[in-house]
Design a protein. Structure first.
Length: 231
C-alpha cells in the first residue's frame, strides 16, 4: 500500500505534514483505568484553563483553522476535530471512555492540539492519498450524519473518502475486532519533520504499551510525500 500527499495540498501549503502509525497484532478493548483517569483529569484541567483562555490562543487550533482557510473551507462551520473536542470540554460535556483506540486518539489530540484519526486498516481498499475534498465528496460520519468535505483535507482510498481532520467515516471505524490500524496525525504545519516523527513515534509507543502489537511510524511531507507499507 502507498500513502501519499497530493501535490495540490503541497502547492498551496508546502509545510503540510501527516504523521502515520501502522499498527499490527493489536488488541482493542476497554481502556485500563490509568488511561481513563488521565483522560478525565486532562479534560478537567482544560475546563478550568478554558475559563480564561480563548480557543484562538491554542496554536494547534489556530494553525488548523488556517489550513481550513487555505483550502477554501469555513472553520466556523466545519471545525477541526480538536476544536470540537475543546468546545465540548468548555461546556463540561466531557468525552466518555469508548475503547482503548478511541480513548488514546482523543488523548493525543487534546495533548498535542491537533486532529488525529484512527482507521481499521483491513477496511481500507488499495492505496491511500491525502487530497482536498471536491464539492461532491463526503461520507456518513461517526457524528451520525452525512458530512460534506468540500475544501477540507481528506483521506481517500481506492474505494472512497474515509477520513479527515474534521470527522471520520463509519466505514473504516475501529472496533474491538480490529487487529490492524492506521493512525494519522494531522501535524501542525509549523512543526518540522524531525519533531513530527518524534511525536508520532512517541504516540505509537504509548499506544502499543496499552494495546500490544507492533508499530511502524512515518511522516510524509514535501521532501518525502509518500510511503509504502507492506500489508
Amino acid at each position: 500500500m502507498i500513502i501519499k500527499l497530493d501535490q495540490k495540498l503541497l502547492t498551496d501549503m508546502p509545510d503540510l505534514k501527516l504523521g502515520i502509525n501502522y499498527y499490527t497484532k493489536i488488541t482493542v478493548a476497554e481502556s485500563p483505568q490509568m488511561l481513563k483517569g488521565r483522560l478525565q483529569l486532562f479534560q478537567e484541567q482544560l475546563f478550568f484553563e478554558l475559563e480564561d483562555k480563548a480557543f484562538s490562543e491554542y496554536s494547534g487550533i489556530q494553525e488548523w483553522r488556517n489550513v481550513w482557510k487555505t483550502f477554501g473551507a469555513d472553520p466556523n462551520r466545519y471545525r477541526p476535530s480538536v476544536e470540537a473536542l475543546m468546545r465540548r470540554i468548555k461546556k463540561q460535556n466531557y468525552i466518555q471512555p469508548f475503547h482503548s483506540a478511541v480513548d488514546l486518539n482523543n488523548f493525543f489530540s487534546l495533548q498535542y492540539e491537533i486532529p488525529v484519526g484512527i482507521y481499521d486498516f483491513d477496511k481500507t481498499v488499495g492505496n491511500i492519498h491525502a487530497t482536498v475534498g471536491a464539492e461532491d465528496e463526503g461520507y456518513e460520519g461517526l457524528n451520525g450524519r452525512f458530512n460534506s468535505l468540500s475544501g477540507i483535507v481528506l483521506l481517500k482510498d481506492d474505494y472512497s473518502p474515509f477520513g479527515s481532520p474534521f470527522v471520520d467515516s463509519i466505514r473504516t471505524s475501529v472496533t474491538q475486532e480490529t487487529t490492524a490500524a492506521l493512525q494519522v496525525f494531522f501535524i501542525r504545519p509549523s512543526m518540522d519533520a524531525e519533531e513530527a516523527l518524534e511525536l508520532t513515534t512517541s504516540c505509537a509507543n504509548m499506544f502499543t504499551s496499552i494495546s500490544g502489537g507492533d508499530s511502524q511510524s512515518y511522516v510524509i511531507h514535501s521532501d518525502a510525500p509518500s510511503v509504502t507499507i507492506d500489508k
